[in-house]
Design a protein around this ligand. Structure first.
Ligand code: ATP
Ligand code: MG
Length: 379
């Protein structure tokens, strides 16, 4: 392809040289014939000493003049024929100068299909890449600022009430024992909330900035989920919820980071308990094939509005209803979950209607961190 292009450019230059040479020869021939005829006519008229008569017996100076006329004709013709290429090179060089001065809106028109056209196309692509990179950089800066603002806000809220209750407890007025206990309980709950918030933030920033190194091993996904559900037993009891684990296989070994997967499903089950308390039951289903494992966590009751569904995986996003009801939460759980799924080259999705809110995770059985794993799950 590249050779083809350079041949195309060379061919054009060679054609232009040949054309200019032929044209210069024709002009020279025209000059020689006409001037000689003019000279001959002058000699016949007996004007031997006139200027025209010189061309009848051309000497070396006249020959030199013919040669110079030929060279001049050749040069002018060649330059005229090459003009479009020269203009294109100038526009390319101007574009490069503009880009180097920081004007990333510069584009060069791609004309023809020679090397210069390829250069222009590459230049346009390069500018586009730089623009995208800078946009990403700006976006990440924006996210960071947003994170800091949200963190400051979320840390301050529980902290203010902790300080308030501690002031009451350590104040000069003697409090009744029950009230003292109540204040201490509230302080403890708020402090726990702070601890969770900080843990979540740590987890999220670590995941987000790629500081977590994955430890891929063999994980029995059926065992992992049944253990997790058992650990949640007190929470199920607390909310009067029943749970079911359904699997089409008794065990399924996949390549994954067990700790990260535990964190992922911990978040999903936690949400199912928190937001599905009215639904009375939670269903976890595993469907394994040779290459893919699909895990779904379903809870019933509260339906997430359709327009909010795509947003719930964004960090700090909480559905309006959860914000107003007192479920507590940072809105980081699903962002962490999505990160973990991405790290495993998997897919996470959600549907929510009167038949339940279903979070579905698809993972590859033979996940290999060193290979391109994306797009293997179809969809
Ligand atoms: P965190 O998990 O950080 O403590 P959170 O639970 O509010 O806080 P996410 O887990 O990211 O944050 O969930 C985002 C929002 O999505 C929740 O606030 C809730 O509105 C909605 N949501 C998540 N899971 C469910 C679910 N199983 N059923 C209904 N709504 C849900
Ligand atoms: Mg959550």
């Amino acid at each position: 392809m590249k050779n083809d292009m350079s041949r195309r450019f060379h061919t054009r230059v060679i054609t232009n040289i040949i054309f200019s040479t032929i044209f210069a020869c024709l002009v020279d021939l025209f000059l020689v014939t006409n001037l000689s005829m003019l000279g001959e006519y002058a000699v016949k008229q007996g004007r031997e000493g006139s200027l025209e008569a010189v061309f009848y017996h051309p000497d070396s100076i006249i020959v030199l003049l013919y040669v110079l006329a030929g060279i001049a004709t050749f040069s002018i013709t060649f330059l005229l024929l090459q003009r479009s290429s020269m203009n294109y090179i100038t526009s390319l060089s101007n574009a490069i100068r503009n880009i180097s001065e920081g004007d990333l809106n510069t584009t060069v028109e791609v004309v023809g299909d020679d090397e210069f056209a390829a250069m222009a196309a590459n230049l346009n692509k390069m500018v586009e890449d730089i623009r995208r990179l800078m946009e990403k950089e700006r976006e990440s800066e924006r996210t960071k600022n947003e994170l800091i603002t949200n963190v400051a806000h979320d840390l301050r809220t529980p902290l203010t009430s902790i300080i308030g209750y501690l002031e009451l407890l350590s104040g000069p007025t003697e409090l009744p024992r029950e009230l003292e206990k109540k204040y201490m309980d509230i302080t403890y709950t708020k402090a726990k909330r702070l601890e969770k918030l900080i843990e979540d933030l740590f987890g999220f920033t670590k995941l987000n900035y790629g500081k977590v190194s994955m430890k891929i091993g063999k994980v029995d996904i059926v065992k992992l989920l049944s253990q997790l559900l058992e650990e949640f037993y007190p929470n199920f009891m607390d909310k009067n919820l029943a749970y079911e684990l359904q699997s089409n296989v008794p065990a399924k070994i996949i390549n994954a980071d067990g700790n990260l997967l535990a964190r992922l499903f911990d978040n999903l089950i936690n949400n199912a308990i928190k937001y599905g308390a009215e639904g009375k039951r939670i269903v976890v289903k595993i469907h394994a094939t040779d290459t893919i494992v699909t895990i779904s966590v379903t809870n019933f009751g509260y339906v997430i509005p359709k327009d909010e569904l795509p947003l719930i995986f964004d960090k700090f996003y909480r559905v309006e209803q959860s914000r107003s009801t007192n479920t507590g939460g940072t809105g980081l759980g699903l962002a962490i979950a999505r990160n973990i799924v991405d790290m495993h080259g998997g897919i996470i999705g959600v549907t929510s209607d009167l038949n339940g809110t279903v979070f579905t995770v698809r993972l590859q059985v033979d996940f290999d961190i060193n290979k391109e794993n994306f797009g293997k799950l179809g969809e």
